[in-house]
Design a protein around this ligand. Structure first.
Ligand SMILES: O=C([O-])CC(=O)C(=O)O
Ligand SMILES: [Mg+2]
Length: 395
């Protein structure tokens, strides 16, 4: 078998929302379809991948470097893409082919291009094996143990020009109505007083005072003084976690904050390699008994790299249950179930049509089950499949 073509497209996920650092007026996603000549159910197997929000499409990198490397290997050395049986792809063998002639360091952007391709390769591999990705991962890397359901929380609470406190409350209430018990909102895009008012109205008027059901996300906005000032206000409230207080690469700042802020901190969505993740663990003062690690495999060189990150965490005595990836996609959901992570993000209302999970599986008590269809089962997200994936693959 072989890879016969790779198609890619760019889809806008433009919206008027804003976090503390960026707005999403020009946000885009790269989508790829890896077409194989393996046939299942009378059709060629196609693997799909896409990046999550926050980084823009990687079309230039995909077309200049990563797709040509893959297609050239498929043409000239097809066996190098395959597992020893020769009957399926081997994404872990393909990864170094994609990364040939790439220097170390400076992780970001190319990590998105590789992440999108790697997602599609794992999708195709599981489809060829005829199993859901979560099952393939559990059997291959987790002694066969898969979680039957995954903790998910509703991320939203963005700043929006037309939305006041009433709109924020309504949004958060609607997440609870849709089965989520933990929600997340943005901070740091207003002053501390205004943010505290926004937090308090959600905690008091929507969550019956249960602040441990509300996470807050500053998107890397604060300097040390501001991060500490917010921490002093958030600590006594007891929010679920305080996310990305400061620049993701300022490990010293994180370690100082972690000495002063007793509650859980969360970060990692903007660290794009297992080496950057290791620096966070080594130098960021993260606490293995409470903090949350949000590395997003779609943005950070894919599942192949994420497996290295999990190995690194094992070596540092961290439980995988501390990992709740950013990105709200079905890729990380499969990884969470198959490898025993602590949960996965969900965006019930933003970043359509890439948000959310299988159409027919509801969220209940902030838990979601996984589909049984092979691969990532992105086909179970009908709007994504109809409007983006099917036309791209020309199925
Ligand atoms: O607003 C964003 O960039 C997304 C984000 O931080 C998250 O989902 O945690
Ligand atoms: Mg975040």
């Amino acid at each position: 078998m072989s890879i016969v073509d790779v198609r890619d497209t760019v889809v806008p996920i433009r919206s008027r929302i804003r976090n503390a650092y960026i707005d999403f007026e020009a946000m885009t996603v790269s989508v790829v379809a890896v077409i194989t000549d393996a046939v299942r159910d009378g059709r060629p197997v196609v693997g799909f991948g896409f990046n999550s929000n926050g980084r823009y499409n990687a079309q230039g990198l995909l077309r200049d470097r990563f797709v040509p490397r893959l297609l050239r290997a498929a043409r000239e050395h097809p066996a190098t893409l395959l597992d020893p049986s020769g009957a399926n792809l081997d994404p872990q063998a393909i990864w170094p082919i994609l990364m040939r002639n790439e220097k170390p360091g400076g992780h970001g952007e190319r990590s998105v291009a590789v992440g999108v391709l790697d997602m599609a390769l794992w999708d195709a591999t599981a489809k060829i094996a005829g199993v859901p990705l979560w099952r393939l991962l559990a059997d291959r890397f987790n002694g066969g143990a898969a979680d039957s359901q995954v903790f998910v929380y509703a991320a939203g609470g963005y700043y929006h020009p037309d939305k006041g406190d009433a709109g924020l409350r309504e949004e958060m209430r609607s997440y609870l109505e849709r089965g989520y018990s933990v929600v997340k909102m943005k901070i740091g895009g207003a002053g501390l007083d205004e943010d505290l008012r926004r937090i308090e109205t959600v905690v008091d008027d929507v969550l019956d005072g249960a602040a441990d059901r509300l996470a807050v996300d500053a998107n890397g906005r604060f300097d040390l003084g501001t991060a500490l000032a917010y921490g002093e206000a958030l600590g006594p409230l007891g929010v679920r976690w305080y996310e990305e207080p400061a620049d993701p690469l300022d490990f010293k700042l994180h370690s100082v904050l972690s000495e002063r802020y007793p509650g859980p901190l969360a970060t990692g969505e903007n660290l794009f390699s297992h080496l950057d993740a290791r620096n966070l663990i080594r130098h960021g003062g993260m606490r293995g008994d409470r903090d949350i690690l949000q590395f997003d495999p779609a943005l950070s060189y894919g599942l192949t790299e994420y497996l290295r990150t999990l190995d690194m965490l094992d070596q540092h005595g961290w439980s995988r249950r501390r990992c709740i990836p950013h990105g709200g996609h079905q890729f990380a959901l499969n990884i969470a179930a198959g490898l025993g992570l602590g949960g996965n993000e969900s965006y019930p209302d933003v970043f359509e049509p890439f948000n959310g999970f299988a159409d027919h599986i509801p969220v209940e008590s902030s838990l979601v089950k996984l589909p049984d269809e092979p691969g990532l089962a992105l086909e179970t997200k009908s709007e994504l499949y109809r409007s983006v994936l099917k036309p791209l693959a020309q199925l």
